[in-house]
Design a protein around this ligand. Structure first.
Ligand SMILES: Nc1ncnc2c1ncn2[C@@H]1O[C@H](COP(=O)(O)OP(=O)(O)OP(=O)(O)O)[C@@H](O)[C@H]1O
Length: 510
């Protein structure tokens, strides 16, 4: 008897099918990958099995019995849990408090005091059972992304999870942290838990899963045994056609080109960046790499002007930016593609058109009147060029799949014709095809006279896309490498055993 059996599952939104006739079985103790292009229906599938949405057709059998999963609590009671990308923890609760969130706290008999000792003891036992370390006294907001993921898994196991969905769990994890997570997943598997692993990172899929289910346009393209396929055939199954590998990076001949960005001795007020020095010439893509907490995101934010700095200098095309701010950045042709696209980049209940043209609305406005036809035409061009899967320019961004939301962020960035792109994990949650599309787009920007700073926790991707790599450690830029011929090992060696090459001079305080 299968743990989960799904027959002919359908889900529509308005006139459109998000899932149509999907059938699938999951066995206890198997790691099963679920893959597909952006908008293929993976999240919709998770939401149907975890009771967030109700299906419009089809049947779900749980341990042989037909069930209706009415809501997330109902799913959890059956033993189905999900670990989302945007984690479901209360930031200012401790690990222990989060572990028992929504559960009945053990209480003392005669008065209502909570038995923290019992909770702590139970949590410690669970940690030993799973072989993991989670700092339960720390508040969730002070935990690293891995600690938060492990805490959520601990919580799922505590409530008797038999089937665990993981949705892009390694998106913000470093290689070492990913290893810790994988070790835990193999342990859960050996204890009989089934795992449905949703990811665009095919290396991970091949490492973890025994079977892989591919969704395409809301339909089942097939369930395959891992050993029967390779990356190319899997990509072909996802896309329904042969995919040519992305065009190869040309080495940038930029030594004689002018500087687009020069950062010298930069320090932020909160000291998340302590001392950053690097520069970037026209035509270059420079990757910033480092372990979690190295200060990569914070460096981009400081350059863009949303994280105040107290020391050092930023020059754009030779001109000192005395007071960096988003408004100044817009003026100077700098755009930031932030890591948190929902929180920072998009207005979720506005349409694709409104989101894309918002920063450049003045280009469509004459005497207070907006030229809607031109605005719409340009938006539609963007939708076509970036292959955004949507019903039209008027569709609300929140109804798009995660990867398609990311494309909207890019489309908006392109609209302002920037000279400098600051990209923070720009391909997070994006499918293999779109990923090479985004790389191609950035290369074009660089070749046409722009420059790109690229932050990603995926080192392989960095070596693929960047011409040069600047390594950060503990808020400091410690060294840099030309990407040509560089191996992952030498970069990681430098990150784990950092040695600063020189002490750059610090110019000016202010
Ligand atoms: N609430 C909603 N309203 C309208 N359409 C929706 C809604 N949720 C999902 N869709 C549509 O359903 C389709 C499947 O989306 P889903 O989010 O399941 O894709 P996905 O495979 O998870 O994509 P990604 O890899 O980008 O996260 C998409 O076309 C999406 O626009």
């Amino acid at each position: 008897m299968s743990l989960l059996q799904v027959r002919n599952l359908d889900k529509t939104f308005g006139q459109n099918y998000a899932l149509s006739g999907v059938s699938l079985t999951i066995e206890a103790g198997e790691i099963h990958a679920l893959v597909g292009e952006n908008g293929a229906g993976k999240s919709t599938f998770i939401k149907l099995i975890t009771g967030v949405y109700q299906p419009d057709g089809g049947d779900i059998f749980w341990q042989g019995e037909k069930v209706g999963i009415k809501n997330p609590r109902n799913a959890r009671d059956l033993g189905i849990s999900v670990i989302h990308q945007d984690r479901h923890l209360v930031p200012y609760f401790t690990g222990l408090e989060n572990l028992y969130l929504g559960a009945d706290y053990p209480k003392r008999k005669l008065w209502l005091g909570i038995r923290w000792d019992i909770m702590r003891e139970e949590a410690e036992k669970l940690k030993v059972q799973l072989g993991i370390e989670v700092p339960l006294e720390k508040q969730a907001q002070d935990m690293s992304p891995t600690e938060r993921t492990l805490l959520e898994i601990l919580r799922a196991v505590r409530v008797g999870c038999k089937l665990l969905f993981l949705d892009e769990p390694t998106a913000s994890l470093t290689d070492l942290e990913t290893e810790i997570l994988f070790r835990l997943l193999f342990r859960l598997k050996s204890q009989g838990t089934a795992i449905i692993y949703v990811s665009h990172r095919l290396d991970e899929v091949f490492r973890l899963a025994e079977r892989i289910t591919v969704l395409r346009n809301g339909q089942l393209a097939g369930t395959v045994i891992k050993d029967d396929v390779n990356k190319d055939s899997l990509i072909k199954l996802m896309a329904g056609r042969e995919i040519l590998s992305s065009d190869v990076k040309k080495e940038a001949e930029v030594n004689a080109e002018p500087f687009v960005l020069e950062v010298k001795g930069l320090r932020t007020v909160d000291k998340r960046v302590k001392e950053a020095t690097f520069s970037l010439r026209k035509g270059e893509i420079v990757g910033i790499f480092g372990l979690a907490g190295a200060g990569r995101t914070e460096l981009l934010e400081a350059i863009y002007g949303i994280r105040p700095n107290c020391r050092g200098e930023i020059r754009i095309k030779g001109k000192v930016l005395s007071k960096p701010s988003p408004a100044v950045s817009l003026q100077e042709g700098i755009v930031l593609i932030p890591e948190d696209r929902r929180g920072q980049a998009l207005i979720m209940d506005m349409s694709i058109r409104e989101n894309i043209t918002l920063p450049v609305l003045k280009n469509y406005t004459a005497r207070g009147i907006i030229a809607h036809t031109k605005e719409l035409r340009d938006t539609e061009d963007c939708i076509t060029e970036l292959k955004i899967k949507a019903n039209g320019a008027g569709q609300a961004v929140q109804a798009l799949s995660g990867g398609n939301q990311q494309k909207v962020v890019f489309a908006r960035a392109l609209m302002s014709r920037p000279g400098l792109f600051l990209c923070d994990e720009p391909t997070q949650g994006v499918d293999v095809m779109t990923r090479s599309e985004i790389h191609r787009l950035l290369r074009n920007q660089a070749e046409q006279g722009g420059a790109v700073v690229y932050v990603s926790s995926d080192l392989e991707e960095m070596l693929e896309v960047a011409h040069r790599l600047v390594i950060m450690h503990d808020g400091e830029t410690i060294t840099e490498f030309a990407a040509k011929g560089l191996t992952q090992e030498s970069v990681l060696q430098c990150c784990y055993y950092p040695r600063k090459e020189s002490e750059p001079s610090i110019e000016g305080e202010g």
